[in-house]
Design a protein around this ligand. Sequence first.
Ligand SMILES: NC(=O)C1=CN([C@@H]2O[C@H](COP(=O)(O)OP(=O)(O)OC[C@H]3O[C@@H](n4cnc5c(N)ncnc54)[C@H](O)[C@@H]3O)[C@@H](O)[C@H]2O)C=CC1
Ligand SMILES: O=C(CO)COP(=O)(O)O
Length: 378
Amino acid sequence: MAPVNNNNVQINNNENPPTKFKVTIIGSGNWGSVASKLIASNTLKLHSFHDEVKMWVFEEVLPSGEKLTDVINRTNENVKYLPGIKLGCNVVADPDLENAVRDANMLVFVTPHQFMEGICKRLVGKIRSDAQAISLIKGMEVKREGPCMISTLVSQQLGVNCCVLMGANIANEIAVEKFSEATVGYRENREIADKWVQLFSTPYFMVSPCQDVEGVELCGTLKNVVAIAAGFVDGLDMGNNTKAAIMRIGLREMKAFSKLLFSSVKDNTFFESCGVADLITTCLGGRNRKCAEAFAKNGGKRSFDELEAEMLQGQKLQGVSTAKEVYEVLKHKGWLEMFPLFTTVHEICTGRLPPSAIVEYSEHAPKFPLVGGPTAFP
Ligand SMILES: NC(=O)C1=CN([C@@H]2O[C@H](COP(=O)(O)OP(=O)(O)OC[C@H]3O[C@@H](n4cnc5c(N)ncnc54)[C@H](O)[C@@H]3O)[C@@H](O)[C@H]2O)C=CC1
Ligand SMILES: O=C(CO)COP(=O)(O)O
């Protein structure tokens, strides 16, 4: 049996002390590929990092018959999830998860959130005891004990410290080096947060630390539910004022939900890139918005699964499952009526309410209307 570290978690014992930081990226989707590009450009420049960056790829066979990993390593491009962008000659794609993490002491998690529980299980006992982690994943798990943020899942299952990086970060825009900002959420260790800031920062990607890991992660997670509501409004051609109202109410619910779950969450976090800026960009240009618009245009007759498969070609939505997860928490805690927007989004996604319910008061809708409803929160 593998040895355990201080957190009673199994660790990889075949270690030599690394002289430099070695980075592995776990995930190679749309944002995962852009993250690889950002990181790979920096490890070549920064002497404290190994040049090579490993990227774990969930292997798939392309229509050409070739394996995605082979194509990435031959062309230096993720032809499926980020076509047309060179990742950097120092990015090495690896389909073997254990092998990809074996020597790394900086682990970057960036997969759709629904796969993380399985990935963590596979990594128990396989990572270095001195590893640090960061999650770029927007989502959460709901367990019997209650909600569990992805950074907590990583920390608990793997016994490592886990920061988060969230922000107004539509991956395709960063891929072509358009300026954007991001927030690194950390718990206590500012030195480690600064290391992550250094690893991600480029002239077109400005990263700031924020000592509020739960606040930062909940902003990134919850804005996807609001983006689904914004998409419904677009699909119903309701205009900018309605969409702005949805974003305002959504932000208010994001803040209230976060603070009810974690009293440590800070108001100022909502004014960082991870907060209001990510909410705006996702409600204007994200995949959740786009699929929700199509859902409303079709009157809810085509499922999100169908629309996701057709419109995103293998990329994954996070907002629909997050709405379900948030709903489970609200129901369990008896908070449904305090969060009419979050509640209604889930009820529309599951076909219990029509898309128009997003701004309508009806006997089927929550007890008070979304727009102009009482201010339930401090
Ligand atoms: N794409 C974007 O603009 C941004 C995404 N994010 C967040 O980053 C996270 C990852 O998103 P993306 O990189 O865009 O991924 P994506 O949406 O492109 O998802 C596809 C990825 O999932 C992988 N996959 C499919 N089935 C799998 C399985 N069974 N096990 C493991 N992996 C599997 C695919 O191989 C592919 O790498 C999400 O939480 C997302 O919210 C955050 C900021 C921006
Ligand atoms: O998180 C994102 C931008 O910051 C991307 O949002 P979507 O998943 O809706 O595209």
